[in-house]
Ligand binder design. Sequence first.
Ligand code: NA7
Length: 557
Amino acid sequence: MSVGQANAIGNRSQDADAYDVVIVGAGFAGMYMLHRLRGLGLSARVFEQGSGVGGTWYWNRYPGARCDVESMQYSYSFSEELQQEWEWSERYAPQPEILRYANHVADRFDLRSDIQFNTRVERAVFDERARDWSVTVSDGKTVRAQFVVLATGCLSNARTPDFKGLSDFTGEVYHTGHWPHQPVDFTGKRVAVIGTGSSGIQSIPIIADQASQLTVFQRTPNFSVPARNAPLSPEERDFFRANYTEIRRKAREEMRNGIYQELPEKGALEESAADRNARYGARWDKGGLTFTATYNNIALDKAANDTAADFVRAKIAEIVKDSEVAKLLQPNDHPIGSKRICVDTDYYATYNRAHVELVDVRANPIEEILPHGLKAGGKTYDFDVLVLATGFDAMTGSVARIDISGRSGQTLNEKWEAGPRTYLGLMSEGFPNLFVITGPGSPSVLSNMIVSIEQHVEWITDCLDYMRANGLDCMEATRAAEDNWVDHVNDVAHGTLYPQANSWYMGANVPGKPRIFMPYIGGVGVYRQICNDVAAKGYEGFTMSAAAPTRRVAASS
Ligand code: NA7
């Protein structure tokens, strides 16, 4: 057997601890990747640090955790049987139900036998001679893989700020992104929540229901719209089930964010103030993320954006009885939607409850955590339980925790020191045969994640199939294609209002993290077309090769 044949895709045997593909993470991306690789007949091993599947939905178990994309759309579309049989109970599925769904998928497609749980991938080193990766996991074992797929998720690396004295706190401490598997009972307890992003906004009303006292420490207020969550009626479910083919197609091809919805035909300033308020009012009453799609220029034109932001600020003033508290809750430092808008149930009204207090830690920064509370702006606050809703090292955090070395020993962290660089969000030059799913440079967090996950997994699957058919075994993004793509991602972002916010999209929530707008904002439909065109042109912008002596096969293909 020649070197080339030995290296051909599909020749790895798991018995020898060698796989065609190692997948990092068993969330929605990792599970589907495994399923598709099996369909190609390739050997694959998934390493997952948690004890179960579900990724983000495995870790984020805080009270009130729900997806902000409606459940009939936040679900896989690859299996007609699956989408017809699964019975979502509510408009926005709660976390336990999404986790049950993830487990159902793992069982239904018999995925668990190829997933090793409780195992972190610590290191991946590319061997230029063997043209494959050696992957070291937390149990000390090293396996070889021709390809590595990072299905590590965008919001799975919970971030705890470096608060002075945190380890001295004598009460219970929880992070929303790393919540215990057993429910936490706040009944009769004095609770503090630090952080008012989506996780804080979802959990605060529920914690307030139980706690005897709730103090919320807010640094920056966020825009939030009502979810209007409700049980799904059989008619609503049936509508989706009967029309899934067209709904999914539209979500993939025609929507910017991968969510099937009514598209606005006009800009906000094309209507009178009265008509605009009526239209915003209708979207507010309907609830959900599509509030920012009331007009087609809210993300583009500051004056248009202001009309939407003013509407929400007025709603906050209407709901919150204490005008000082309402003022504190009104966001004024970023355009609406330039940080992910939150979707809540009774968030603002919670501040009308007598036992709930809002503390502005922008004006009065947290100085230190004390054994029985914290000190901010010279004042001491006492509590029994501290909930950190302080977010994630988003998009790159989980990748950065793995020590990845590519060609010439360069590490991915070195290469991404000034910000992530990828071609199409899928690969980074210098790191052959390493794919990222929903990575920086792709629509990822600006979209319905499952739509983007399916698109990436299917593109990678087709790509591996193509390589195998053509006797190729090694693939890498070119520097030129990557540079062009990074410039394009940047240009598109700067044509919008998004970079004006200090958001986690920009890495602004992590001290020292480079400020680069990470996701691709051109829209999932446009992006999909670009990826398809690249593939149709023989994977333009990537080099593909075969180990000698089968190089002739590649050259003649
Ligand atoms: P986010 O949206 O990053 O929110 C984190 C919150 O924690 C935010 O309000 C931060 O204020 C606050 N924070 C972080 N560090 C501190 C310190 N040191 N002091 C005070 N306050 C702090 O994370 P989430 O988990 O809520 O949501 C992430 C995504 O998950 C969300 O967008 C949805 O897509 C789902 P800041 O704004 O930095 O002033």
